[in-house]
Ligand binder design. Structure first.
Ligand SMILES: [Zn+2]
Length: 65
């Protein structure tokens, strides 16, 4: 998990303190907001804290800034 940041292929979008990233390959994550587990290339990071990842659905639920 600590190396996720090195596997970002693209910074997709920013909403407030959340940043949505696209990874180089699908990865299993547990979302810090909805607690859902998913295997995805999309992760959102809140305030630069890579220990608390959000899924893309939760990212999209936030208002666009
Ligand atoms: Zn979620």
């Amino acid at each position: 998990m600590a190396r996720l940041r090195d596997r970002v292929s693209e910074t997709a979008e920013t909403r407030g303190e959340l940043v949505l990233y696209k990874l180089d390959r699908p990865t299993e994550i547990a979302c810090a907001r909805c607690a859902g587990r998913s295997t995805t290339r999309w992760i959102a990071v809140l305030a630069g804290d890579w220990t608390r990842l959000w899924c893309k659905a939760c990212f999209l639920a936030m208002p666009a800034s």
